[in-house]
Design a protein around this ligand. Structure first.
Ligand SMILES: Nc1ncnc2c1ncn2[C@@H]1O[C@H](COP(=O)(O)OP(=O)(O)OP(=O)(O)O)[C@@H](O)[C@H]1O
Length: 216
């Protein structure tokens, strides 16, 4: 469970999160929406312990994500909007993930295959030289293989072609049970088949929070 209580985050005098209280439970699959600058990314980053709150707190299974950073990051799979500039080639990257996050190589290859990313022919290519869509596919394959309790995707389908988007949603649906998934998105229609709750933020506040269908 993710419990956010009276969370306020200020950057200098700018209020990015304004007294936000919200909880996410197992089997909540949530579209987080709202205009540019609404505070969506700040909320996600606060959950992952990137920011010290100005006031209020975040607890994940009772743990503070700043004090228990390593434990919390083990529980979370996160795919950012802009893939990081990783210089490792795919073979090295898979090995690194296998050792550092204890993710099974075979599972990464399985999900990459399911999302039609040709790893074999790109094993010696640097991650940062892949196309935008290929990078996103690789990060999605790792996020699914990690078998985390919490999945966070920031505009995950922005670079995917329609077939890859369908593959991603099919794999997520198979993978969602007993988990929390959060999707930062500007297009509800893109995620409507995989979410059951929609929150809308503006000016650092949660403006609306509604269940949009029964649990999947
Ligand atoms: N590290 C930072 N330093 C200073 N200001 C920041 C920082 N991160 C976010 N902000 C400010 O906080 C506000 C909320 O930003 P945030 O990135 O959370 O919005 P968002 O809802 O994710 O927007 P978008 O849809 O454009 O991604 C913005 O005004 C932004 O400029």
């Amino acid at each position: 469970m993710i419990e956010i209580s009276n969370l306020t985050k200020k950057f200098a005098s700018h209020l990015s999160l304004d007294d936000v209280s919200i909880a996410f439970n197992k089997n909540d699959h949530v579209a987080i929406m709202g205009p540019n600058g609404a505070g969506k990314t700040t909320l996600i980053r606060s959950i992952m312990g990137y920011y010290h709150p100005t006031s209020g707190e975040v607890l994940i299974e009772g743990l503070n994500p700043i004090k228990n950073r390593i434990e919390i990051l083990e529980k979370i799979s996160f795919v950012p909007q802009l893939p990081p500039p990783i210089k490792l080639n795919l073979e090295e990257l898979i090995k690194y993930i296998e050792i550092s996050a204890k993710v099974e190589k075979e599972l990464i290859l399985h999900y990459a295959n399911e999302i039609k990313l040709d790893i074999k022919n790109n094993l010696h290519k640097s991650f940062f030289k892949l196309s935008g869509g290929m990078k996103q596919k690789m990060l999605i394959a790792i996020s699914l293989a990690k078998k985390s309790d919490i999945l966070i995707y920031d505009e995950p389908t922005a670079n995917l072609d329609p077939e890859a988007r369908d593959d991603f949603f099919r794999l997520l649906k198979q993978n969602e049970k007993e988990k929390i998934s959060l999707f930062v998105t500007h297009r509800l229609d893109e995620v409507k088949d995989i979410v059951n709750r929609q929150i809308y933020m503006d000016l650092g506040k949660v403006i609306s929070d509604k269940k949009i269908k029964e649990f999947l």
